[in-house]
Design a protein around this ligand. Structure first.
Ligand code: FPP
Length: 239
């Protein structure tokens, strides 16, 4: 489906700064994540309202397993609680949730919640919310390479037939258009193993605000920044 002019079809967000926000407010780190969930809800509502079709949120990176166990547990619990509390509203808003990342390292409980939110929101047509959970872009690309190598080894395709499209279709994001806009909050200017293939032609925006302060007004501002950019995709500017 065509998008409104100037509105990105796909926005991907690295939600950074929950810990620093908590520290600045004299709170525990997990309280920053709780406040971050409020921003998640506002981002989803804003995306639906503005006609964005795909929203990808980096909720848990593969590297995040290395955090203290209490923080990992708190994030998993927060995810399960959010699924329980928010699924009805997501269904009502027409949001479909799809998880991207490894699924084999979660507890049974987290896996059940993931399946539940994907199944219950499957008919959503307004916005597809991609939740990057135990996600690593290098792992995703390596997995795609293995999958294609197996097809070559099985004689299904010739090595010379391997194409960019084939790689794209072997990623977790198969069927999803590349992000037009990648946002990372908290002033950090890195991709941190997020959508390395998919973000090849994306616009980048690095607001200084911490994720818990990235509310509807900040989301709208990001759309204004995007609309002011001149995307050329390696071509020359139109006169
Ligand atoms: C980065 O802040 C944020 C995360 C690692 C987790 C993001 C998770 C949420 C916003 C809540 C859970 C999500 C869902 C979808 C229910 P940080 O801890 O790295 O902050 P810091 O860099 O200031 O320490």
């Amino acid at each position: 489906m065509e998008n409104k002019i100037g509105i990105p079809t796909h926005i991907a967000i690295i939600m950074d700064g929950n810990g620093r926000w908590a520290k600045a407010h004299g709170k525990e780190r997990y309280e920053g994540h709780i406040e971050g969930v409020v921003s998640v809800k506002e981002a989803i509502r804003s995306a639906v309202r503005r006609g964005v079709r795909y929203l990808t949120l980096y909720a848990f990176s593969t590297e995040n397993w290395g955090r203290p166990i209490e923080e990992v547990d708190a994030l998993m619990e927060l995810f399960c609680r959010s699924v329980t509390n928010e699924t009805d509203e997501l269904v009502a808003e027409g949001v479909r949730v799809r998880m991207i990342g490894r699924r084999d390292r979660f507890s049974e409980r987290v896996r059940e919640h993931l399946l539940s939110i994907e199944e219950r929101t499957a008919a959503g047509e307004k916005l597809t919310l991609l939740l990057a959970f135990d996600y690593s872009s290098r792992e995703e690309i390596t997995r795609a390479a293995k999958c294609i190598a197996e097809r070559v080894a099985a004689g299904e395709i010739a090595a010379s037939e391997v194409s960019e499209q084939m790689v794209a279709e072997s990623l977790y994001t198969a069927g999803v258009p590349d992000p037009d806009l990648v946002i990372r909050t908290s002033g950090e200017c890195r991709l941190s193993n997020f959508l390395l293939w998919q973000a090849s032609y994306a616009e980048f925006y690095f607001p200084e605000v911490m994720w818990p302060d990235f509310r509807a007004d900040e989301f709208d501002h990001a759309l204004e920044v995007y609309a002011s950019r001149n995307r050329r995709f390696g071509l020359v500017a139109k006169e």
